[in-house]
Design a protein around this ligand. Structure first.
Ligand code: FE
Length: 211
């Protein structure tokens, strides 16, 4: 079986936001997709150990911000690289709004807001699968959405809108086998601490593979 074939699947990027018991939290995911049209439904998977996922289990609803192609890198740094256990999210009141369920979203960085209620949760082992109905949806700008492929080009120092070959090819690439994030930090991957986790999906170092 060629698991690299799975890397050919394209994904969007989203910030998931939840407010539960007076605390706000959020993280970046690439695992939201529309499942049904009538009535509209989405499915979202999240790592069970993720604090945002725990809070969604408590609250039963959450907000999905669809990230725009011009989303600033600081959004990835804030929501992708650290858990809400270490760093509070949705702190700057000027940068987020709350949806109809009180869950936070990012009007400045996203082109759409989708407010969801969890109808069923399936246990996928490492992940929860949230099967959701759409409570509300709003288009916030006409800017196109950022794909995971765009993000990888940006992180590699390339420019978007050019096809082929503009991103710097790394000689040895360590790739998250769950979400396909490519490690591109300054510290060699082998030298990262044992508690390093994927900034997108939160799995440990042992689930990265050399591509
Ligand atoms: Fe990952």
């Amino acid at each position: 079986m060629d698991l690299n074939a799975l890397f050919k699947i394209s994904y969007g990027l989203f910030v998931v936001g939840v407010e539960s018991k007076g605390k706000r939290n959020g993280c970046i995911i690439n695992t939201a997709s529309q499942a049904t049209a009538e009535p509209p439904g989405l499915v979202v998977t999240m790592l069970k150990t993720n604090l945002t996922a725990e809070m969604i289990r408590e609250k039963g609803s959450f907000a999905v911000s669809v990230l725009s192609i011009d989303c600033p890198m600081k959004v990835f740094e804030h929501f992708g690289y650290r858990s809400g256990r270490q760093q509070p999210k949705f702190v700057e009141e000027s940068e987020y709004r709350s949806d109809m369920n009180g869950n936070p979203y990012l009007p400045g960085a996203c082109n759409a807001l989708i407010s969801l209620t969890v109808r069923q949760t399936a246990d996928l082992g490492t992940h929860w699968l949230f099967i959701c109905s759409v409570d509300d949806a709003k288009t916030l700008s006409e800017t196109e959405s950022m794909t995971y492929a765009d993000y990888r080009i940006l992180k590699a120092g390339g420019a978007l809108g050019k096809t082929g070959g503009d991103s710097k090819p790394a000689e040895k690439k360590y790739v998250c086998s769950v979400c396909h994030y490519i490690y591109d930090g300054e510290i060699p991957f082998e030298d990262l601490p044992d508690d390093y986790v994927c900034p997108i999906c939160g799995v440990g170092k042992e689930l990265f593979v050399l591509e």
